[in-house]
Ligand binder design. Structure first.
Ligand code: TA6
Length: 301
């Protein structure tokens, strides 16, 4: 792998700003040290694992027990769920959250944009994906590391038949103490409660985590705000072309059932997921492209 990483670095490096280096488990990653931010993105799943805006603290949570191995999803950062979310409706043997978070993506470009850096990685349908899903597709993940973190997931239907898919940027936010945070912006929005037989309910006010929380907020294009009094920051998540927002915290018992999550890690994380899932699957005609965008911005509170 070493030679291949050096070759990638030779082709894509921006001296002093972005390098391709060997990451954990020997997996290649792009390391960004720009005037506006530092960050990391693994080619394994085109997975952003770190973003720290200049003058700030790390925004993303990364599990201390993550398995850095081919075939395993990284626990933390921003996994990409595609072309289904959760279990595959018609095939319980299929991998959870789809096919691309455990795939080796390819590096398309690294570009400096003012004080920020955009890293673009892509993956396409192949034998490994067609084993589970016959469609032809090309996926590009463009992550811009700057004062804000901007993520674009571009799906192109490269086949001859219509595509139907779910997608999510399954972002793990690092928090000071989960029991103290508040999530605003979803008041009055209907959601499916996955901890209660997918019952449909209505959000009343802000979200407070007091027990296992696993909800799909439906038909919402709202920006949301994560208020964290312990880390004294407010994180705003904005989005485009996304009709659902997933909110997840496993709490103590579910956390213990996840071998790649430290027993108390649940206290330092919350997932806020820009997505199109459940009844809001995306339909794409042959040759068409769809781009979902998520933007994360942090302010002191
Ligand atoms: O996004 C919430 C969720 O779908 C939960 O149901 C939970 O399973 C979580 O994702 C993590 O899934 P994973 O397959 O990464 O263990």
């Amino acid at each position: 792998m070493e030679g291949a990483i050096e070759e990638l670095d030779r082709r894509f490096e921006i001296p002093g700003i972005a390098q391709v280096v060997e990451g954990k488990g020997g997996l290649p990653k792009v390391r960004i040290t720009s005037p506006e931010a530092v960050g990391e993105m693994y080619m394994h799943g085109a997975h952003v694992t770190s973003w720290t805006p200049a003058g700030g603290e790390e925004v993303l949570f990364l599990s201390s027990q993550t398995r850095w191995e081919h075939g395993h999803a990284i626990r933390g950062g921003i996994p990409i769920c595609f072309p289904w979310f959760g279990g595959k409706a018609d095939d319980p043997k299929a991998p959870a959250h789809g096919l691309v978070r455990t795939k080796a993506w390819q590096l398309e470009a690294i570009a400096q944009v003012g004080g920020a850096v955009t890293v673009s990685m892509f993956t396409e349908s192949d034998e490994s994906t067609k084993r589970w899903w016959p469609a032809e597709f090309r996926l590009v993940h463009r992550a811009t590391f700057g004062r804000e973190l901007s993520l674009k997931l571009e799906v192109t239907n490269t086949g001859k038949t219509s595509l139907r898919f779910e997608e999510a940027l399954h972002t793990y936010h690092r928090v000071g103490n989960i029991e103290k945070v508040r999530v605003g912006g979803l008041d009055g929005v209907h959601y499916l409660d996955k901890t209660d037989r997918n019952q449909e309910k209505t959000q009343q006010g802000e979200i407070v985590i007091v027990s296992e929380t696993d909800r799909v907020y439906l038909n919402t294009r709202n920006a949301i705000e994560l208020e964290d009094p312990v880390l004294r920051r407010r994180t705003r998540v904005m989005k485009e072309n996304s009709a659902t927002t997933v909110v997840w915290n496993p709490c103590v018992h579910k956390a213990r059932s996840l071998s790649d999550l430290g027993d108390d890690d649940w206290m330092q994380m919350i997932c806020l997921e820009t997505s199109n899932v459940s009844d809001f699957v995306v339909e794409l005609a042959p040759g068409q492209q769809h781009t979902m965008k998520g933007i994360v911005r942090v302010a002191d509170s």
